[in-house]
Each structure stands twice: as structure tokens, then as C-alpha cells.
Design a protein around this ligand. Structure first.
Ligand code: AMP
Length: 283
């Protein structure tokens, strides 16, 4: 039987549990999540276990990274199933504050992020998003004081933003990027995939296929403009409303013209009905 992890819901409870964990020179890894856990999240937990002796998973659906018209209210919340999964992974501590604990009455502070946060990708479509992410991740780092924190490359721009923020604010937290876990047909795992109808689910892997095709053309020497046009056509013809398909430098997120300007990361965001999916691949 897996040992059930300790769950902390208040700051004093978190502090007590962390004091306990920190005994005997333990190192602590933090895996921030919004719950609705899938194998992608669990792969982060497994990576965290290899990088530290204790693993803390935060489960918090962060309202400050959602715009009023977005899905904060309907975001999947699957607490019981999440707990069962985290127990199986032998997580040490779950940090599950409510919104009032994270943002008490009168809360008036926000971490401003630039550089990768204004690269013209997600920020163009979700202008409030990275400020909300940086603020909650900054708070999580101060609350948990982890040695390392693990984030998925699935949210590639977010990984760059958080890495920059962790360094710029001298948090001392080492941010580790983890590979994207996919379904067998290539669709990147996401808590939002449950929104897809069976018809949309059948179409959804096109996003990954189109990026692979675009990557192949870039590797063969085609210009980014030409390769992206082919990828964009595949995506829109499958029935997506495309927000962006872009070829960017993997480190700086600056636009690139061809493979010569690389290493390249392809990044995509597109909607199927009301469901917005994002993904990315290395070229
Ligand atoms: P979320 O709960 O969606 O905010 O995601 C929590 C963490 O899991 C973030 O660091 C994500 O990048 C990561 N993540 C989400 N989906 C995947 C996936 N398919 N593979 C690997 N990591 C993922």
C-alpha cells in the first residue's frame, strides 16, 4: 500500500510539514501543478525524485493567470484521483492552499515579467497570463523554498519565463525542464484534453503531425516562412483556428529565418471549438 502523502492547506501547516521534511539534510524538489493530473505531471514528479530527496507537489488552480473569459470556473478539478496518483508516486507533501490563503483580502502585488514573457507568442493571446504565473510561482518558491523546481517543456515559453524569473530574483531555486509526455497518437497530454469531443480528439494529433512536418522541411533547408506555411495549412485544414505557428530560437525565443539561425523550437497554439491547445517541438 502506498503511504498517503501529507496534505498542507494553510501556511502554518506547510511550515510544520517542511520543517519535518528538511530534517536530516533533505533536499526538496517542488512540482507546481493545477491538479487534474495526468502522466505528464507524474513524469515531472519522477524527475523531481531523481533530483532531490523529498518531493513537494503543489495543487492550486491559480485564478490570476486566467482572464475573466477563460476557463478558471470550469477547469477540471479531480482531487481524489490526483491524491491516489500522488500516493502511488510516494510524494512526500502536497501543498493545496485555497484562493484566500494564496491571495488574502487586500492582496496587491504582482511580479512583472519581460524578456521571454513578451516574445509575442502566448503573451499575444493571453496578455495577463505570465504575470499571473510569475506571481504564483514566485509565491510558491517563497512558501516552499525548494532547492529545485520541475516544469514541463510542454509549456515552453512558461519554462523560459520561470527560469528567467528564478534567476533574476536570486531565488536560489534551480529550474529543471522536463520533456513533453504524449498520447500514443502524438497528442501532448494536457488537463484540458478532457474538453475535447470524440471528433475533436480524433483531429487533435494533427497539431503534432504538422509540427513534425514543418520541422522536416526546415531541416531540409526550406525557409521558415515556407515551412511554416505548410504547417499552418495542415492545421487549419484539419479544422483548427490557428493562433500561431512560429519558429523561434530555442534559447532567446527570437524569430528565425532558417535552420542556420537555430537551434529552433517550433511553437503552436490553436483552438478546436472552445478548447485551446498548445504544443512545441525541437527541430
Ligand atoms: P498544469 O497543471 O497544466 O499547470 O501543468 C503543471 C506542470 O506540468 C507544468 O510545468 C507543465 O508544463 C507540466 N506539463 C503539462 N503537461 C505536460 C506533458 N504532457 N508532459 C510533461 N509535462 C507537462
Amino acid at each position: 500500500m502506498p503511504r498517503p502523502p501529507v496534505v498542507a492547506r494553510t501556511l502554518p501547516a506547510l511550515r510544520r510539514a517542511l520543517d519535518d521534511l528538511r530534517r536530516r539534510n533533505a533536499t526538496v524538489a517542488l512540482v507546481p501543478t493545477m491538479g487534474a493530473l495526468h502522466d505528464g505531471h507524474l513524469s515531472l514528479v519522477r524527475l523531481a525524485k531523481r533530483r532531490a530527496t523529498r518531493v513537494v507537489v503543489s495543487v492550486f488552480v491559480n485564478p490570476t493567470q486566467f482572464a475573466p473569459h477563460e476557463d478558471f470556473g470550469s477547469y477540471p478539478r479531480t482531487w481524489k484521483a490526483d491524491m491516489a496518483k500522488l500516493a502511488t508516486e510516494n510524494v512526500d507533501l502536497i501543498w493545496n492552499p485555497d484562493v484566500k490563503t494564496m491571495y488574502p483580502e487586500g492582496f496587491a502585488t504582482r511580479i512583472g515579467v519581460e524578456g521571454p514573457a513578451v516574445a509575442g507568442l502566448e503573451d499575444r493571446f493571453r496578455p495577463h497570463f505570465f504575470g499571473g504565473v510569475a506571481t504564483v510561482v514566485g509565491k510558491l518558491f517563497l512558501q516552499v523554498r525548494p532547492d529545485v523546481a520541475v516544469f514541463g517543456s510542454k509549456d515552453f515559453q512558461q519554462l523560459r519565463v520561470v527560469t528567467r524569473m528564478a534567476a533574476d530574483l536570486d531565488t536560489g531555486v534551480k529550474v529543471i525542464g522536463a520533456p513533453t509526455i504524449r498520447e500514443r497518437d502524438g497528442l501532448a497530454m494536457s488537463s484540458r484534453n478532457v474538453y475535447l469531443t470524440p471528433e475533436q480528439r480524433a483531429v487533435a494529433p494533427t497539431l503534432y503531425r504538422a509540427m513534425k512536418e514543418t520541422a522536416k522541411l526546415l531541416k531540409a533547408g526550406k525557409s521558415a516562412e515556407a515551412a511554416l506555411a505548410v504547417g499552418a495549412k495542415l492545421i487549419t485544414e484539419a479544422g483548427f483556428a490557428l493562433d500561431y505557428l512560429e519558429a523561434r530560437h530555442a534559447d532567446t525565443l527570437a524569430p528565425v529565418r532558417s535552420i542556420k539561425d537555430g537551434p529552433i523550437r517550433l511553437l503552436v497554439a490553436a483552438k478546436l471549438g472552445n478548447t485551446r491547445l498548445i504544443d512545441n517541438v525541437a527541430v
